[in-house]
Design a protein. Structure first.
Length: 463
C-alpha cells in the first residue's frame, strides 16, 4: 500500500500514528481505546497513508468493522488530509501494554468455569419467602423454570440490592437442571462476563492462534443464560456489542435468558438502545423492599435454620427498623447472635437495643452532612480528608473510603451522583459498588459491623 519509499510522510515529533491516537482518545470511550487501540503501533507512514500494526487478525477485523469512522476523523484532524489507513498483523504489539495488561495477556487460557458462579443449592424456590413485594416476580420466575414453557423470554428482574433477584435466578437454574440434569445452564455476573471477554481479547492480542470464537461458544452454546447486575455493562462498549450478539444467538435459537438489574431497562443510561429494546421483548418484573410481614417471615426462617432462640419481640424490633433488604435483615440477626454467644448472654430486647443501636431510625431532624461523616471516618482510621477522598488504592484507604461511602448513603438523603461528587468526582457506580461490598462483608464480618456501629454512634452523638 505505502511501501514505495518515495515521499515518506515525516512527523516532526514522534510518529504519525501516536498523534492520531491522541485524537482518538477524545473520540472513543476509555474501555474501547485501551482494549482495541492502545495495543496498536505504526509500521510505516508516507504521504499516501498509514500502515498500522495490530496483534491479531481478530483485532484487524474488529477495528475495520467498528472503528474506521473515528480513525478517519482523527487522521483528518491530525494531518489535514484524508490519508488511507490499513492494518497488518504483527508479532510484537504487546510492547505498548502496561505490566498488568501484559501479565493478563500472558495468563494461561481459562475455561468458562473460571468466570461463572456455580448455582447455590440454598437458593431454591422452597427457601424463597413470598410477600406482596415480590409475589409477581416469584410467579414469573416459577413460570420460566417450567421446562415446557417458552414464556417471558427474556425475563428481566430489577430491584434494589439484596431483595432477592439473585435468589430467584439461582432457583430458576436449579429447577430446570433438576428436571433435566443434562441441561446446559450458565449463571454469571455481568462483571464475570466482562472479565471472560477481556481475557479472550488479551489472549488474541498475545497469540494469532488464539480463537475468539471459543468465548462465544461457551456463552452461546447453552440452554439457559443468566446474567446478574447487567448495569455493570454501562460504559463498556465492546462488552455490550458482544453481549448483544450473544443475546440474539440464544433468542433466535429459542434458548432461555434471564437478566437482573438494579433498575428497569429504560433507566440504564448510556446502555445501547438496541440492547434495552431487546430487554423489553419479554417480561420485566420488579422486586420491592420487603414489607413488615415478609421481613418477620424472613427473620423467623433464618432463626429456625440457624437454630437461634429469638423471642418474638426481638424479631419485631429488628423487622421494624431494618426496612431496606434481606441482607441487612440477616446481617442484623447475625450481629445479635454473635454478641449473645461471645458475651454468653441471652437474646432479649435489651440486648437487641444495645447491640443494634445504629438501627434506631432518627424520626426527625435534618440529614447528617457528608463532611461530618467523613470526618468521623478519618478520625477512626487515622486519615486526613484528602487521603479519604483521594485516588490512593492501598487497602487501608480503600477500606476507609468504602466505609465512608456506605455510611454517607445510609445517613444522608443524597443521590448516588451527588455522593460520587463528594468523593473526588468518581462515577456513581463506584459508590454503588462500595456500598454493596460493605453490605456483603458485614453479614459475616463482626469487626466490620463494630466499626460501622462505632462510627455511626460517633456521628449521631455529635448532633
Amino acid at each position: 500500500m505505502i511501501c514505495s519509499g518515495r515521499n515518506r510522510f515525516v512527523v516532526a515529533t514522534g510518529n504519525l500514528w501516536d498523534k492520531v491516537l491522541v485524537q482518538l482518545k477524545e473520540r472513543v470511550d476509555t474501555e474501547g481505546f485501551n482494549m482495541w487501540l492502545r495495543p496498536t503501533r505504526q509500521r510505516m507512514a508516507d504521504d499516501t497513508g498509514l500502515l498500522v500494526e495490530v496483534p491479531s487478525v481478530h483485532f484487524k477485523d474488529w477495528l475495520q468493522a467498528n472503528y474506521m469512522g473515528p480513525i478517519r476523523e482523527a487522521v483528518q484532524q491530525t494531518t489535514g488530509q484524508g490519508l488511507a489507513v490499513d492494518f497488518v498483523v504483527g508479532g510484537d504489539a504487546l510492547a505498548g501494554l502496561s505490566r498488568d495488561e501484559t501479565a493478563s495477556a500472558e495468563a494461561a487460557p481459562q475455561s468458562i468455569e473460571a468466570f461463572e458462579t456455580p448455582l447455590n443449592d440454598k437458593y431454591r424456590f422452597e427457601n424463597f419467602i413470598v410477600g406482596e413485594s415480590n409475589r409477581f416476580a416469584h410467579a414469573a420466575a416459577v413460570a420460566v423454570a417450567d421446562p415446557n414453557s417458552r414464556a417471558y423470554n427474556p425475563l428481566f428482574i430489577y430491584g434494589g440490592s439484596g431483595v432477592g433477584k439473585t435468589h430467584l435466578m439461582h432457583a430458576i437454574g436449579l429447577q430446570l437442571r433438576s428436571a433435566n440434569p443434562g441441561l446446559r445452564v450458565v449463571y454469571a455476573t455481568s462483571e464475570q462476563f466482562f472479565n471472560s471477554f477481556i481475557n479472550t481479547v488479551y489472549r488474541a492480542m498475545h497469540s494469532s492462534k488464539a480463537d475468539p470464537t471459543t468465548f462465544r461458544q461457551l456463552y452461546r452454546n447453552v440452554d439457559l443464560l443468566m446474567i446478574d447486575d447487567i448495569q455493570f455493562f454501562i460504559g463498556k462498549e465492546g462488552t455490550q456489542i458482544e453481549f448483544f450478539h450473544t443475546f440474539n444467538t440464544l433468542y433466535d435459537a429459542g434458548k432461555k435468558i434471564v437478566i437482573s438489574s438494579d433498575r428497569p431497562p429504560m433507566e440504564l443510561s448510556t446502555l445501547e438502545e438496541r440492547l434495552k429494546s431487546r430487554f423489553l421483548w419479554g417480561l420485566n418484573v420488579d422486586i420491592q423492599a420487603p414489607d413488615l410481614e415478609t421481613r418477620i417471615a424472613i427473620l423467623k426462617r433464618k432463626a429456625t435454620t440457624e437454630k437461634i432462640d429469638m423471642p418474638a419481640d426481638v424479631l419485631m424490633f429488628i423487622a421494624e427498623r431494618v426496612t431496606t433488604n434481606v441482607r441487612h435483615l440477616e446481617g442484623a440477626l447475625n450481629r445479635l447472635q454473635a454478641h449473645a454467644a461471645l458475651e454468653n448472654r441471652k437474646i432479649t430486647i435489651d440486648l437487641a437495643q444495645e447491640v443494634l443501636v445504629d438501627l434506631v431510625v432518627m424520626r426527625s431532624g435534618p440529614n447528617i452532612p457528608v463532611d461530618e461523616i467523613n470526618q468521623e471516618v478519618c478520625n477512626y482510621f487515622g486519615l486526613r480528608l484528602h487521603e479519604l477522598i483521594g485516588p490512593n488504592r492501598e487497602k487501608k484507604f480503600v477500606t476507609a473510603r468504602h466505609v465512608a461511602m456506605f455510611l454517607c448513603r445510609k445517613l444522608t438523603g443524597l443521590s448516588l451522583p451527588d455522593l460520587s461528587a463528594r468523593f473526588g468526582g468518581r462515577n456513581h457506580s463506584t459508590v454503588l459498588h462500595a456500598c454493596r461490598k460493605i453490605e456483603r462483608d458485614m453479614v459475616s464480618d463482626t469487626n466490620l459491623q463494630n466499626i460501622l456501629s462505632y462510627i455511626e454512634r460517633a456521628v449521631r452523638g455529635n448532633r
